[in-house]
Design a protein around this ligand. Structure first.
Ligand code: AMP
Length: 289
């Protein structure tokens, strides 16, 4: 058995073992299984997913796997933070039942060939520059679904495009899993929590909260005049960011989350999303109108 018991948290590294455990839980039929997939370096954003899952009073499986096939930038992968000991302590404290933390070869053994791909949605927003990223995400998430066989799976609105794509995959492939979305958890100064934040320089960390400030300004502009056109909101937000020395903007978009279309004039169901680079760190954030 490739597992180690740490208080009530069981750490599993073998996909077979994890699958056997999940199958046994499901066969008993008494408890539902909730899955929270992550790449580790856990923060309160991740833990809010776990806390929400705990409300279901079933078995909670968290996965930690830094998935190389979703990184289109080798340096970003190499520098992705890994804090497994601290992560385990946090998961124990919240009261998680299983941590599935496989090694690379366990997920992608020699000879691995299959990919899962959601077609159109992956070409927009983050997918436009991070080529291959969402195919990597859907491929690994489907594998994690098959290994952990959850009733529910939790995803953060922080990665809104990812959430939309996963929901689409679940629908398209008739997966018997309910996807539950969780609002963005922020630092006190408004910065959306992210594992990448610890890599921000002091200077970048100081201006990073202005990303969210800009989004709230854009939303306020819409609230004041709900006939304002998308183009104007985006132009004003660009001007605001550049006045604050935030110049490396990958995109500012307003989308309808149902079909990832771009409305000419937003309404209250729409979101404004940004991807911004501060130094070498790429941050994303979004806000509902
Ligand atoms: P990651 O480890 O970055 O792949 O994230 C794992 C899950 O946690 C994803 O569903 C993310 O959307 C979610 N997540 C990450 N940061 C936050 C946050 N600040 N608030 C809510 N959910 C988050």
């Amino acid at each position: 058995m490739k597992s180690k018991k740490i208080n009530s948290l069981k750490v599993i590294t073998s996909a077979n073992e994890m699958q056997k455990i999940s199958l046994a839980i499901r066969r008993k039929g008494k408890k539902k299984v909730s899955l929270v997939p992550t790449m580790g370096a856990l923060h309160d954003g991740h833990l809010s997913l776990v806390r929400k899952a705990k409300k279901k009073d079933g078995i909670i499986i968290v996965t930690i796997f830094i998935n190389p096939i979703q990184f289109n930038n080798k340096k970003d992968l190499e520098k992705y933070p890994s804090t497994i000991k601290k992560d385990i302590a946090k998961l124990e404290e919240v009261g998680v039942d299983y941590l599935f933390a496989p090694k690379l070869e366990e997920v992608y053994p020699k000879g691995y060939q299959t990919k899962v791909s959601v077609t159109d949605f992956k070409n927009h927003l983050c997918g436009a520059t991070r080529v291959g990223h969402f195919d990597g995400v859907t491929s690994v998430v489907l594998k994690l679904f098959n290994i952990t066989i959850p009733d529910y799976s939790y995803f953060g609105e922080k990665d809104l495009q990812q959430l939309i794509i996963i929901k689409q995959m679940v629908k398209d492939l008739n997966l018997p899993i309910k996807v539950i979305s969780i609002p963005i958890v922020r630092e006190k100064d408004g910065l959306a929590m992210s594992s990448r934040n610890i890599r921000l320089s002091k200077k970048a960390r100081k201006i990073a909260p202005l990303i969210y400030k800009g989004l709230t300004r854009a939303r306020d502009e819409f609230k004041k005049n709900n006939k304002v056109i998308t183009k104007k909101i985006i132009k004003n937000l660009r001007t605001y960011y550049s006045s604050k020395n935030i110049t490396c903007i990958e995109y500012i978009k307003i989308i309808n989350p149902k079909d990832l279309s771009y409305p000419l004039t937003p309404d209250t169901k729409d979101y404004i999303l940004v991807a911004i680079k501060l130094g070498s760190i790429r941050l994303i954030d979004n806000l509902k109108f």
